[in-house]
Design a protein around this ligand. Structure first.
Ligand code: GDP
Length: 295
């Protein structure tokens, strides 16, 4: 994950580590490399600009801590600024505001939404919750089958949706059934399209209005880089999502999406998907991600 970015930054900082003192000149040279590495990693140029300015302001003229070499100190500043850029701390999923709680997953087709519904259910079960899966993509019978199969494999109950019902009706009835089944957290897998369109947003809006969710999580494919960021912005503008789940972080994504999403959309990444298996899923921690990126 992020190999190109961490390799690039690693060699930049190796050069800096050899410096006894940090001057404005060698900080400049180092930051130029950092800037290039971030741009190559597909981080949005505006984000890079803000980040470099913040790092520079802190690095130049700062007294070097005795315990650190100047190079280590710059690494520390970059690490902290990357962490801030991604939101500082982990933001937890919101499970409040209704019994049962309801999590709405939204996103484009192929982003990993259905797989993620299963993963999130397993994760929440590990936290002592009783999840209930609800397929609400009525356009693709295969999508209902896929989630039903996932639920069976994971021993998690699934609402028996049918393609003749309206998604908002499914959400409403499923919530009642969820409580009847003794479950406390319903996970709604909504329809996806290949592209964002008004009709989809209207449908998602109706589900949101009839069954107000505790949280709306946008599922975005990290492999699509800048497109994932633009898509996240469009979804958030229309739906006011509560957070993002970035999938396929095990792939050779260059890291741009993870670094840009928070500052472009204002919404936190709450979880990442790191593989196809149901346990390849973890809470997103900006500081851990920053350390991973810096190698
Ligand atoms: P949906 O159309 O959004 O519901 O997408 P699916 O859940 O069907 O996933 C599309 C493809 O992405 C499937 O082949 C999944 O196995 C795969 N996938 C989902 N999440 C991840 C992930 O975190 N890592 C990897 N490598 N593959 C994933």
């Amino acid at each position: 994950m992020f190999e190109s970015l961490s390799d690039r930054l690693g060699s930049v900082f190796k050069k800096l580590k050899g410096q006894g003192k940090l001057s404005e000149k060698n900080i400049q040279d180092g930051l130029k490399e950092v800037r290039l590495a971030l741009l190559e990693a597909d981080v949005h140029y505006k984000v890079v600009k803000t980040l470099i300015a913040a790092i520079k302001e802190r690095a130049v003229g700062q007294e070097v801590l005795e315990s650190l070499t100047p190079g280590q100190q710059v690494v520390k500043i970059v690490n902290e600024e990357l962490t801030n850029l991604m939101g500082g701390a982990n933001e937890e999923i919101n499970l409040g505001g209704g019994h049962p709680a309801s999590i709405m997953l939204v996103g484009l087709q192929g982003s990993g939404k259905t797989t993620t519904a299963g993963k999130l259910a397993v994760y929440l079960r590990g936290q002592g919750r009783k999840p209930y899966l609800v397929p609400a993509d009525v356009y693709r019978p295969a999508a209902i089958e896929q989630l039903t199969k996932i639920g069976k494999e994971l021993s998690i109950p699934v609402y028996p949706s049918d393609t003749d019902s309206k998604p908002e009706k499914i959400a409403e009835l499923a919530r009642i059934k969820c409580a009847q089944e003794g479950c406390d957290t319903m996970i709604l897998d909504t329809a996806g399209r290949l592209h964002i369109d008004d009709e989809l947003m209207a449908e998602l809006g109706r589900i949101k209005a009839t069954t107000p969710p505790s949280d709306i999580l946008l599922v975005a494919d990290a492999m699509t880089g800048q497109d994932a960021v633009n898509m996240a912005k469009a979804f958030n503008d229309a739906m006011d999502v509560g957070g993002v789940i970035l999938t396929k972080m095990d792939g050779d994504a260059r890291g741009g999406a993870a670094l840009s999403i928070r500052s472009i959309t204002g919404k936190p990444i709450k979880f990442i998907g790191t593989g196809e298996k149901s346990n390849a899923f973890e809470a997103f921690h900006p500081n851990r991600m920053a350390s991973r990126i810096l190698g």
